[in-house]
Design a protein around this ligand. Structure first.
Ligand code: NAD
Length: 489
């Protein structure tokens, strides 16, 4: 398969100024996939200059025209869906059925949503004092730096670029060094459908070099960041120089609560999806399973049986339900948490090791892992970011709310119950940007996505995302007011 491997700057694909490259590996067997150009400060400077030059014309382009280009991009993504799914499966380890059915489909849907949004996002008029007209327009922020992680690289191009472009901003995006390939394919499609030069620039590079430089850059007016909480803190510090706007989508430690009156069959399947989809490499993963003590044994029997039946294997096999983790370093980090759990008295109920299948030994694989642990244990407090779920029991609503809210994070959480009152009452008390009732990990381009506390601030998706990529400009007009009395001579 042919990959795009160059930096996308000012509408053309170019080598890095110093011709440096990053080796990209296939997590299925750690074989070489591609050598991708590595951006350094000189390249970032060129991209920021291109985005700065492109901004006046792009921000003045009719919103309907910006929307039309986003709609064309959505169509192009669908037309190249098989290739994009293949790239994502090879680069990240996503099973091909998810890459095609979820990643590609959701990416197209998100660009399409914001394509439709572009000419429907309105300002407003404020009823101020008689004789004056006060209207408020939504102005694009300017040149936006976007830094994304490796877990959903294709989808995150649309979450970040869709609203930013609809609102009239220009972009310098830095994909994760581990998984840059699908975003470079998107750059090709953007050039093909006619986005003007410089409006979007995509530059793979290392976080500590290219990412840090972009976050510090005085020519960048906003940084939209998705990644770990540790890096989020560095972004805030780096942004201080020119006081750029910052939007942070950080880690999570999702509580997934199963009450004793839940539909257990649905809860078992939903809880497996919550943690094992994408090998658990999701900020909104339901990584803490909180089970009511009355149903804990029955639930766990069914949950473990289901986890054992998950088909772990080569992402390119259409039957595969769980692929490898995205890098060996990360696989080993997740594996290390099994030891951390044991040291604190945790019990590994299943998994905790790579699969026995001899065809998978070179890859970054790990079995679905289920660990009994206490709420204060490190595995219940720290983001593991793998197919690793902790299990804790609880007695009543008050106790489970305390456990659910007892981490430094506040991104997403869910609960399973047939009791309507309980469902809404618990949802209300969860300190969490998103709550799922009798489902888990639902997202839609129209529904606000993001967290509170250690999970960051700002929101992706919907009108909230459009607010994030614009600032309100309040314009006052003296229509027929008497001359104000100040300094009247
Ligand atoms: P990471 O923070 O290490 O890296 C994320 C991105 O930041 C990468 O592109 C990386 O190159 C870059 N980066 C690293 N150091 C940098 C620095 N000093 N300055 C600027 N950029 C820098 O995170 P990761 O390990 O790649 O991703 C996993 C994390 O992302 C998890 O914590 C996960 O929860 C989080 N995440 C959050 C959301 C959300 O929407 N809340 C979604 C997906 C993933």
């Amino acid at each position: 398969m042919q990959f795009q491997t160059k930096l996308f700057i000012d509408g053309v694909f170019v080598d890095a100024a110093d011709r440096a490259t990053i080796e990209v590996l296939n997590p299925h067997n750690n074989s070489h996939l591609a050598a991708v150009a590595e951006a350094k400060p000189a390249d970032i400077d060129r991209a920021v200059e291109a985005a700065t030059r492109a901004f006046p014309a792009w921000s003045s382009t009719a919103p309907s025209e910006r929307g039309r280009l986003l709609l064309k991009l959505a169509d192009a993504i669908e037309a190249h869906g098989d290739a994009l799914a293949q790239i994502e499966a090879l680069d990240t380890g996503h099973p091909i059925r998810d890459a095609r059915g979820l990643d590609v489909a959701r990416t197209a849907a998100t660009y399409r949503y914001f394509g439709g949004m572009a000419d429907k996002y309105e300002g407003f008029v404020v009823p101020v004092d008689p004789g004056f007209l006060n209207y408020v327009t939504r102005e694009p922020v300017g040149v936006v730096g976007q830094i994304v992680p490796w877990n959903f690289p294709l989808m995150f191009t649309s979450w970040k670029m869709g609203p930013a472009l609809a609102a009239g901003n220009t972009i310098v995006m830095k994909p994760a060094e581990l998984t840059p390939l699908s975003s470079l394919k998107i750059a090709e499609l953007m050039a093909e459908v006619g986005f003007p030069r410089g409006v979007v620039n995509i530059l793979p590079g290392y976080g500590a070099v290219a990412g840090q430089y972009l976050a510090e850059h005085p020519g960048v007016h906003k940084i939209a960041f998705t990644g770990s909480t540790v890096t989020g803190r560095k972004i805030v510090q780096a942004s201080a120089g020119n006081l750029k706007r910052v939007q942070l989508e950080l880690g999570g430690k999702g509580a997934n609560i199963v009450f004793d009156d839940a539909d257990l069959k649905a809860a078992v399947a939903g809880s497996a999806f919550a943690i094992f989809h994408n090998q658990g490499q999701a900020c909104i993963a339901g990584s803490r399973l909180l089970l009511h003590e009355k149903i804990a044994d029955e639930f766990l029997d069914a949950f473990i049986a289901l986890a054992k039946s998950i088909r772990v294997g080569n992402p390119l096999d259409p039957a595969t339900e769980m692929g490898p983790l995205t890098s060996m370093g990360h696989r080993d980090r997740v594996l290390g948490y099994c030891e951390v759990a044991r040291q604190q008295g945790g019990e590994i109920l299943m998994g905790g090791k790579p699969p026995d299948d001899p065809t998978l030994t070179k890859g970054c694989y790990l079995m679905p892992t289920i660990v009994r642990a206490k709420p204060a244990d490190r595995v219940c407090q720290e983001e593991v970011f793998g197919p690793f779920v902790s299990v804790t029991t609880f007695r009543d609503e008050a106790e489970v709310i305390e456990i659910a809210n007892g981490t430094s994070y506040g991104l997403g959480g869910g609960l399973w119950t047939r009791d309507l009152r309980r469902a809404h009452a618990v949802a209300r008390h969860m300190t969490s940007g998103m709550v799922w009732i009798n489902c888990y990990k639902r997202a839609h381009p129209g529904s606000p996505f993001g967290g509170v506390r250690g999970s960051g601030y700002g929101r992706e998706m919907g009108f909230e995302a459009m607010h994030e990529y614009t600032y309100p400009k309040s314009v006052w007009v003296n229509v027929d007011a008497a001359v104000p009395p100040f300094y009247k001579r």
